[in-house]
Design a protein around this ligand. Structure first.
Ligand code: GLU
Length: 289
C-alpha cells in the first residue's frame, strides 16, 4: 500500500512543543513507510485564524526539517465541502446554545459524556432562516474503530452519544468534521496521525465517510504533551512557542532530541529529523504486528 499521510494544523496561533511533537510523528510516520506527506492548513474558522500563523507553521516545520510534498489550504476548497453537503440529509437549526442546553437538561437522558448531546430539538421544526446552522441527521448506528497507536477500540452510538451535529455553521463556515473527511478522501490519505484529543471525534468522522461513500483511513492518535502540572499544552494556555525558541537561537537538533526523548526513545542529544525515521520505523515495526 502506498502511504499518504498529512499534518493538518489550524493556524490559530504559533506552534508549541506539543504541536511540534504531533507534526514530527505525522512526518515520521509518512516517511518511515516511504509515503507521501501533505500539509493541510485548516483555516475555515475565520474567527480563530490569526494572520501570519500559517506562515509561522511553515517556517517552524522547515526549521525542524519536516518537509511536505504538497500543500492544501481549506479556505480555497469550499466548493468541495458544499458539494459533499448535498449528499447528506441535513436540517436547519437556529437554536441558541442556551436553548440547546435547556433542551438537554429537560430530556430524560441528561448528558453522560463530557459533551452535551444535541437532542434533536430542530429536527421537526425546520426554521428556514438564512442564519440557521445545518445539522446532519446521524444514522442510528454504533460506530467502532480501533486506534492503531494505542490499539484500543472505541465505540459510539451516534444518536445517544453524539447527536445530530453541525456540518455548516450559521455564519456559513463548513464544520471541521465535514471538511476533514472530504479532504482526507480527496487527497487519498491512508494514515491519519493526529492528537489524542480527536479520538472521540473519529466515530462521527467515520460515519460521515460511510455516508459519503469514502474509504476510512487508519487512525493513529498520539498522546498530547503535558506540562509539569499534567495540563495539556495549549496555544491559549500560553505554552512557549517554537518560533520564539527559534528566534532566541535554540537548536532544532536539540529540540528534536528532546521531543524524541519525551516519547521514551533513546536518541543522541542532538539529532536531525531524518535520523529519527529509522528509530520510528523500528518502533512501528514493533507495535504494528
Ligand atoms: N486541525 C486540527 C487541529 O489542529 C487537526 C485535524 C486533524 O488532524 O484531523 O487540531
Amino acid at each position: 500500500m502506498h502511504v499518504i499521510g498529512r499534518y493538518a494544523p489550524s493556524p490559530t496561533g504559533p506552534m508549541h512543543l506539543g504541536n511540534a511533537r504531533t507534526a514530527l510523528l505525522a512526518w515520521l510516520h509518512s516517511r518511515a513507510q516511504g509515503g507521501q506527506h501533505l500539509l493541510r492548513i485548516e483555516d475555515l474558522d475565520t474567527s480563530r485564524v490569526r494572520p501570519g500563523a500559517a506562515d509561522l507553521v511553515r517556517r517552524d516545520l522547515t526549521w525542524l526539517g519536516l518537509d511536505w510534498d504538497s500543500e492544501y489550504i481549506q479556505s480555497e476548497r469550499i466548493d468541495l465541502y458544499a458539494a459533499a453537503l448535498l449528499h447528506l440529509s441535513t436540517y436547519p437549526c437556529s437554536c441558541s446554545r442556551r436553548q440547546i442546553a435547556e433542551a438537554v437538561q429537560a430530556s430524560a437522558g441528561a448528558p453522560h459524556g463530557p459533551e452535551a448531546v444535541y437532542p434533536g430539538t430542530c429536527r421537526s421544526l425546520q426554521p428556514k432562516t438564512p442564519t440557521a446552522a445545518l445539522r446532519w441527521r446521524v444514522p442510528n448506528e454504533t460506530i467502532c474503530f480501533t486506534d492503531h497507536w494505542s490499539y484500543t477500540t472505541l465505540c459510539q452510538h451516534l444518536p445517544s452519544e453524539v447527536g445530530d451535529f453541525v456540518v455548516r455553521r450559521g455564519d456559513g463556515v463548513y464544520a471541521y468534521h465535514l471538511a476533514v473527511v472530504v479532504d482526507d478522501a480527496a487527497m487519498g490519505v491512508t494514515d491519519v496521525v493526529r492528537g489524542a484529543d480527536l479520538l472521540g471525534s473519529t466515530p462521527r468522522q467515520i460515519a460521515l465517510q460511510r455516508a459519503l461513500g469514502y474509504l476510512t483511513p487508519r487512525y493513529f492518535h498520539v498522546p498530547l504533551m503535558t506540562d509539569f502540572n499534567g495540563e495539556r499544552l495549549a496555544k491559549r494556555g500560553g505554552a512557549p512557542s517554537l518560533s520564539n525558541m527559534r528566534e532566541k537561537g535554540a537548536s532544532a537538533e536539540r529540540l528534536l532530541s528532546d521531543l524524541a526523548t519525551s516519547l521514551g526513545w533513546s536518541v543522541p542529544r542532538e539529532v536531525m529529523a531524518r535520523e529519527l525515521v529509522g528509530v520510528y520505523a523500528t518502533y512501528l515495526h514493533n507495535v504494528d504486528k
